[in-house]
Design a binder for this molecule. Structure first.
Ligand code: ME8
Length: 637
């Protein structure tokens, strides 16, 4: 099966940002998955360089447009490289291979009467590169809800494209092909737009010279949108290259909702006029908005330097966050805080911690070797069938251009894996020699599930298989999608490595310098973190809510207090080193947290049955209390 997927070609009037990155990353994930399914994939992206706004931005920067765009195009290419984008081609509309096809098509449409010469009188929005009639303007400004900027009055000789002629044919096509415009809400919007009547489109300009010349009338340059849309076939070598014959029609044009009209009205009509099949699907995703609500865009000045973000977090977490955050048919919200939160919760905790804790158990209970598994129980069967259904769901969701739903399904598997650890409790199995075979099955399942997680993550976070590979003995298991539905692939005896966590936790404050001494955050220099422990080790602690019913100083010390605490009807004595921070009266009646299963210890002749938890820096100390009126004996988990 062939699979041809495209992104919009972006205007290189400024560096790419998170919004532009979303479309490219989503298309990349779809392309990667299809390759892993064995399809012959062609994935195209590029830059749309013949726009009037490029001339203006270049002029403002004191550069000629060529020099200006060359610099920005390099930034696009570099960003895509850093974000692991696997495009098969990168088309620039200033390339000869593109200009040649545009000129050929313009001439053909003119010769067959679909393009004619007339005079344009109307309005033009340069930021949107769109023509508007007076009645469409809102308060005399651009009616695009995301723009609203000044428009310019144009009166010039122009060529026009006979869009009106194709109106009914297009409407019929859209109605007969429900998959063509997705999601459905946008399809209805487009149908309404066409039903309100299509006017012929102005397709040439004479007031500037930057662009592709109309070959038979070179004082005209081709209107940038007519030029740009043709990239999808010029890159394939239309009309006779093998790539064109092999890959066209496109399986998906993935774009933002802002440019749906161009892709579902102008582009199909060009293709109809050329008698070429239409793309199978145009998917218009939502926008990334800032927390304040506006679209993330350079003109709003709310973009963050993408290169700095990659330096801070790496490509995989950014890819994961953007793909997971944009729900189908809706807008997403971007903020660095949310990115860090998702990184810590989904990647460091759910995924990364599963991998490190299970590998640690293989190290501990089987001398770092993957054991041969024994017979499966229902628990393994359940996990195995889940991986198959997740693989199917992911495939379908990605064909539907919905990476958020695909990742959600994968995280159901991650969560099931974590539950499997808790249910099988290998630390208990390890205590009982009679359970050796069962323990082996569980440890084997851990290792093989990590291999499967590597496959599941590969289209979305291509760095994950690279990180997992050395942990599972260096084997190359992550290229074939269907291998995620096959178990018992990892060879028993494989030597595993515990390694570093694949996604270390991040604290956003580590990137911000305190502005001055006075404004330095109210934290002490943090003592170094202790060695990492698994959840199983943490689970050994028995923490309980207790009420302090009596407190008195221990004689001849100024540090210790002897406390009597009540816990579910039982009274215990606890000696605590908090006398310099609390008086006895302050403590009585407080509900605090007791480490209840600490071995009793004698302090100054008194047997202390547990320890009270407190937070402290070098100067202050505060016992941990519970704000709600929880009964004593309640567990802290
Ligand atoms: O429109 N959220 O180029 P462009 C999500 N050259 N996606 C966003 C976004 C945001 N905040 N901001 C931008 C053009 N995008 C034309 C396209 S195609 C033949 C010509 C993405 O540089 C989204 O895909 O303005 C949107 O459609 C595209 O960038 C617009 O890029």
């Amino acid at each position: 099966m062939k699979y041809y997927i495209t992104t919009p070609i972006y205007y290189p009037n400024s560096s790419p940002h998170i919004g532009t990155a979303y479309t490219t990353i989503a298309a990349d994930a779809m392309a990667r998955l299809r390759r892993m399914k064995g399809d012959d994939v062609f994935f195209l992206t590029g830059t749309d360089e013949n726009a009037q706004k490029i001339v203006r931005t270049a002029e403002a920067a004191g550069l000629d447009p060529h020099t200006y765009v060359d610099g920005i195009v390099e930034k696009f290419k570099e960003l895509w490289r850093l974000l692991d984008i696997s495009n098969d081609d990168f088309i620039r509309t200033t390339e000869e291979r593109h200009a040649k096809v545009v000129q050929q098509i313009f001439t053909r449409l003119y010769e067959q009467g679909d393009i004619y010469k007339s005079e344009y009188e109307g309005w033009y929005c340069t930021p949107c590169e769109t023509f508007w009639t007076r009645n469409k303007l809102v308060d005399g400004k651009c009616p695009n809800p995301d723009c609203g900027r000044e428009v310019e009055l144009l009166k010039e000789e122009s060529y026009f494209f006979r869009m009106s002629k194709y109106e009914q044919r297009l409407l019929k096509y859209i109605q007969e092909n429900p998959d063509f415009i997705q999601p459905v809400s946008r399809r209805n919007e487009m149908i309404r737009f066409i039903e309100s009547g299509l006017e012929d489109l102005c397709v040439s300009r004479t007031t500037f010279q930057w662009g592709i010349k109309v070959p038979f009338d070179p004082k005209h340059v081709v209107y940038v949108w007519l030029d740009a849309l043709i990239n999808y076939i010029s890159a394939l070598g239309y009309p006779d290259d093998v790539n064109y014959n092999k890959y066209w029609p496109a399986d998906v044009h993935l774009i933002g909702k802002d440019i749906l009209r161009f892709h579902t009205i102008i582009w199909p009509i060009i293709l109809m006029a050329l008698d070429i099949p239409l793309p199978k699907k145009v998917y218009g995703h939502g926008w990334f908005l800032s927390r304040e609500g506006g679209k993330i865009s350079k003109s709003r000045g709310n973009v963050q330097d993408s290169f700095e973000l990659i330096r801070r977090y790496g490509s995989d977490p950014i890819r994961y966050f953007l793909l997971r955050e944009m729900q189908a048919g809706m807008d997403g919200t971007y903020s660095e805080d949310d990115l860090v939160e998702k990184l810590n919760s989904d990647l460091a905790n759910d995924l990364g911690n599963y991998i490190s804790r299970t590998l640690a158990m293989i190290v501990k209970y089987n001398d770092s070797k993957v054991p041969a598994p024994g017979a499966d129980t229902e628990l393994e069967t359940e996990l195995k069938s889940l991986s198959s259904s997740v693989a199917k769901t992911v495939e379908q969701k990605m064909l539907d251009c919905d990476p958020a739903a695909a990742l959600e399904a994968i995280w159901q598997f991650v969560s099931q894996c974590n539950k499997y650890v808790d249910t099988t409790a290998p630390w208990n199995l390890a205590k009982d020699p009679a359970q050796r075979e069962r323990l082996n099955t569980v440890l084997y399942t851990f290792a093989d599930s990590i291999r499967i997680l590597g496959i599941f993550c590969a289209p979305f976070m291509p760095g994950v298989p690279e990180k997992i590979k050395p942990l599972l003995g260096g084997g190359d298991y992550y290229r074939v999608w269907d291998d995620a539905t096959r178990w018992n692939v990892l060879k028993p005896g494989t030597e595993i490595q515990k390694g570093e966590p694949i996604f270390p936790r991040v604290d956003l404050s580590q990137f911000s310098e305190p502005e001055s001494e006075q404004e330095a955050p109210d934290v002490v220099k943090m003592p170094p973190l202790k060695e990492e422990i698994g959840i199983d080790e943490f689970a050994k602690l028995d923490l309980r809510v207790v009420k302090i019913i009596k407190a008195e100083k221990v004689e001849k010390t100024d540090r210790l207090l002897k406390l009597e605490v009540e816990m579910g009807g039982e009274t215990r004595t606890v000696v605590s080193g908090i006398a310099q921070h609390y008086t006895a009266e302050e403590l009585v009646g407080k509900k605090v947290i007791l480490v209840a299963n600490l071995k009793p210890a004698k302090l100054r002749g008194i047997v202390s049955q547990g320890m009270i938890l407190a937070a402290s820096d070098q100067e202050q100390l505060e016992v941990l209390t519970v704000a709600k009126d929880l009964p004593t004996g309640a567990q802290v988990k």
